[in-house]
Ligand binder design. Structure first.
Ligand code: GLN
Length: 436
């Protein structure tokens, strides 16, 4: 199977021969970056992994892309992804699945699977993904690389094609914690085009400078609920990594997040509800191709035909469920309940983080699925997000760093660290200790 990492492999050079904004002395000069294909790139197709946007070429750059260009980075292509970010395997892409360079024959995780695979395969030094419910951390864990999901509001979403806009952030991948942190330095910071961004500069010199590996005196809370659903080999590898941190001066104790048993349900109700509204613009008039089928009669018929042809099964499933959850009569029963659960999850994290500096768990409860294994079972795929979605509900930052390999199947296992809002430096410092 070809790796199928990129949907479009057009380069945007990091020097001023082609790119007048470039700074050849910028912090990312000479470095290559793969960009998830839901981040708008001026003049370069941005498909979101969907047939609906196969022909779409944005007339503007996302804020993170302008910042990459100014930093002198060379963009090497638009990376494959689950359609509109919906999935955990990259198999729902209309452009075919991506293979996992660290575990051939297995999925790279998703939805930012192409981005993580690009770094794992050495096709790019760094990559950008987006994380609505785990889409950076899951592929980082499955491909054996580092991924950071920033605090909600640290990175501008301007130019990111929205899926679940109250949950998602753009974030970096790197082979090392320091690499990922260096990319975060370039993309983080307030943007007048995204009113949810905040000014939260790092306390130290930069995020990259926090990758010192110093965990002396760090307290780690291990939420027991996040170990319960995980496979035994994954949990064993997780404890080995915690023992490694302990040997370097960290301490750990167990903590509890009782609300997380409701997190997957709450996440999917909120994400699907937001998706059903965000994806309404793909109707063949505002965005999307005109239908080639003759539709006589009214516009609704035309819109239906465009959406029937353009969206894949997973996207349709979510639009239908989200529309249902938001409809009059069911709104209180589903959407409002999910918002209540979200508030409860936030409260639990606040409490747990008052008892520990960071929280640790396996990023994913399993090692990478074989290609094709989970595609017919959406519920199994949703449940695999159990450890990542609570963090998005709580708006908090998290990092996934390689913890080692499973002793059962030899496949990569990721360690997730979660910190307080805008506590990225603490996560970077702690995660980097696993590399020393
Ligand atoms: N797997 C989750 C979903 O399908 C997360 C996706 C994401 O973070 N974009 O919604």
């Amino acid at each position: 199977m070809a790796a199928n990492i990129f949907i479009t492999d057009e380069r945007i050079e990091g020097d001023d021969t082609e790119n007048e904004d470039a700074d050849a002395d910028g912090p990312l000069a000479g470095r290559t970056v793969a960009v998830k294909d839901n981040i708008s790139t001026k003049g370069v197709a941005t498909t979101c992994g969907s047939a609906m946007l196969e022909e779409y070429v944005p007339p503007y750059d996302a804020t993170v892309i302008s910042r990459l260009k100014e930093a002198g980075a060379t963009i090497v292509g638009k990376a494959n992804m689950d359609e509109f970010g919906m999935g955990s395997t990259t198999e729902t892409s209309a452009f075919g699945p991506t293979d996992n360079p660290a575990a051939p024959g297995h999925v790279p995780g998703g939805s930012s699977g192409g981005s993580a695979a690009a770094v794992a395969a050495g096709e790019a030094d760094l990559a950008l993904g987006s994380d609505t419910g785990g889409s950076i951390r899951c592929p980082a864990a499955f491909c054996g690389v580092v991924g950071i999901k920033p605090t909600y509001g640290l990175v501008s979403r301007y130019g990111l094609v929205a899926y679940g806009n109250s949950l998602e952030q753009i974030g970096p991948f790197g082979e090392t914690v320091e690499d990922a942190a260096a990319l975060l330095d370039v993309i983080a910071g307030p943007d007048e085009r995204d009113a949810t961004t905040r000014d939260a500069a790092p306390d130290g010199e930069s995020y990259a400078a926090a990758a010192t590996g110093d965990v002396d005196g760090l307290t780690i809370g291990v939420p027991t609920e996040l170990l319960e659903g995980a496979d035994e080999d994954v949990v064993d590898t997780f404890w080995d990594a915690i023992a490694d941190l302990e040997a370097q001066g960290a301490e750990y104790h167990e903590v509890s997040l009782p609300s997380v048993e409701h997190a997957v349900e709450a996440y999917y109700v909120i994400a699907m509800s937001e998706a059903s509204s965000n994806l309404a613009r793909f109707d063949g008039v505002r965005y999307g191709p005109e239908t080639e089928t003759e539709t006589e009669g009214n516009w609704n018929e035309t819109f239906s035909q465009v959406r029937k042809d353009g969206f894949g099964d997973e996207v349709k499933r979510r639009i239908l469920l989200g529309t249902y959850a938001l409809s009059a009569g069911y709104h209180d029963k589903y959407y409002k309940k999910a918002q209540d659960a979200r508030a409860w999850v936030k409260q639990d994290f606040d409490e747990a983080l008052s008892e520990a500096d960071v929280l640790a768990s396996p990023t994913m409860p399993v090692t990478p699925f074989e290609q094709g294994e989970s595609l017919d079972d959406p519920l199994q795929m949703y449940l695999a997000d159990a450890n990542t979605v609570p963090v998005n509900l709580a708006d908090l930052p998290a990092i996934s760093v390689p913890a080692g390999e499973s002793d059962a199947d030899g496949l990569p296992v990721g360690l997730q660290l979660v910190g307080p809002a805008f506590g990225e430096e603490r996560l970077i410092r702690a995660a980097s200790a696993l590399e020393f």
